[in-house]
Design a protein. Structure first.
Ligand code: GLN
Length: 391
């Protein structure tokens, strides 16, 4: 017998379901409402800045932890947007997307046997992050229809092995925006159990109906035990640029910068130059972004409800988890339903179970992404209107 070629960790992964659905969408000519990537243009100002940077020969490595002008712009933005005072010299690391940020944080913090609390459903990368870093995930449920956690269940997940809790806020895939009381509870538990909070705040500007984004790092006692993760992807519609940000106290930042150096050295230099322009966009840009997304959310959610899906409108981020059980006579099967949608109806979505550790919890849901042009959404909804109860 040949010894297995793959490492034990490598053998545990399967293909990203989200990316797999994008492949299916291309194969069947379906409207891609699966992967969370805008199909509309990024702001002209930042595209020009990126082109200028390349023309000016900004083509070599930047300093590993991010260019000085970009870190200064990130600190300014965090100041007015989050009310978070961060030192660009000692508390910011620029990495290749929020994805690298989360991995670098875990690799820097986790020892074998450490537990990391995840809320479930969760963005699909977090479980592989735990596997790579050697953490044991512990799940706390977000309960439908409004996708909130039960405070007692959250408290019960903490113990002496807990090293970190991962909070995605605004939440992918549920769209929940955590109110002050719930964040306070997280803050209290982190301090009680000496736990680090890893906050994925990549959707920080995509908020609806007057919901406010609160950064856990600004809560009393949390500055030194919170790793605030975000990036340019969603705020500036540049998911392919891979510019992620980590803000943390100097001791943590020092460790993250070293880890990041060995993982990827640095994020793309010319795009960092454009990033320094992006983070200084006028505040009206961010208000416009949220207003545009709110229109998309309303259009898509109203159409989905009319067609027969069950949902609670998201408070933030650009996804909606929709209950499709009205379309199937027996036990719902999200994977079969998503396959039917992409092949026969021409719309790609993500099967709900891919966001759950306990798969049965996701069986009646599919996730729609509405970060798309009006025409794309229009065509998607037109196709969905042909949906009939499956027999
Ligand atoms: N964050 C995006 C999503 O949730 C993209 C993820 C990905 O490409 N795997 O859809």
């Amino acid at each position: 017998m040949q010894p297995p070629l793959l490492s034990q960790k490598g053998a545990r992964f399967t293909e990203s379901v989200i990316r797999g659905m994008s492949v299916e969408a291309r194969k069947y000519g379906a409207v891609n409402l699966a992967q969370g990537k805008p199909d509309f243009a990024a702001p002209q100002l930042i595209k020009d800045a990126a082109c200028e940077a390349i023309q000016a020969d900004n083509n070599q490595y930047e300093i590993t932890w991010g260019s000085q002008p970009l870190r200064e712009a990130i600190a300014e933005h965090a100041g007015w947007h989050l009310g978070l005072k961060v030192d660009p010299d000692t508390e910011i690391t620029v990495v290749c997307g929020a994805t690298e940020a989360m991995l670098v944080a875990m690799l820097s913090l986790i020892n074998p046997g450490d537990e990391v609390i995840l809320t479930e459903p969760f963005y699909e990368n977090y479980w592989p992050d735990c596997v790579i870093a050697g953490a044991t995930p512990r799940f706390v449920r977000l309960n439908p229809p409004d996708w909130t956690f039960d405070p007692d269940q959250l408290a019960a997940a903490f113990n002496e092995r807990t090293k970190a809790i991962l909070i995605c806020n605004p939440n992918n895939p549920t769209g929940t925006v955590l109110p002050r009381e719930q964040l306070q509870l997280v803050a209290d538990l982190c301090q009680k159990w000496n736990v680090i909070a890893l906050t994925d705040e990549i959707y920080e500007h995509i908020l609806y109906d007057g919901h406010k984004h609160l950064a856990l790092a600004t809560f009393d006692g949390m500055h030194d035990r919170t790793v605030t993760i975000s990036g340019m992807s969603k705020t500036y519609a540049v998911t392919g640029w891979r510019i992620g940000t980590m803000m943390a106290a100097p001791k943590l930042t020092h460790a993250f910068r070293q880890m990041h150096d060995y993982v990827s050295i640095g994020a793309a230099a010319p795009l960092q130059q454009a990033g320094a322009v992006a983070y200084r966009m006028p505040r009206s840009y961010y208000a416009g972004l949220a207003a545009d997304y709110q229109e998309r959310r309303d259009r898509v959610c109203n159409a989905l409800e009319e067609i027969g899906f069950g949902l609670v409108k998201p408070q933030g981020a650009y996804y909606v988890m929709a209950d499709f059980s009205a379309f199937v006579p027996g036990e719902p099967d999200d994977v079969a339903f998503a396959q039917h949608l992409v092949r026969d109806v021409g719309v790609a979505v993500v099967p709900g179970s891919s966001f759950f550790n306990h798969k049965p919890l996701g069986r009646r849901f599919v996730r729609f992404c509405f970060a798309k042009k009006d025409d794309t959404l229009e065509e998607g909804m037109k196709r969905l209107r042909t949906l009939r109860v499956m027999v």
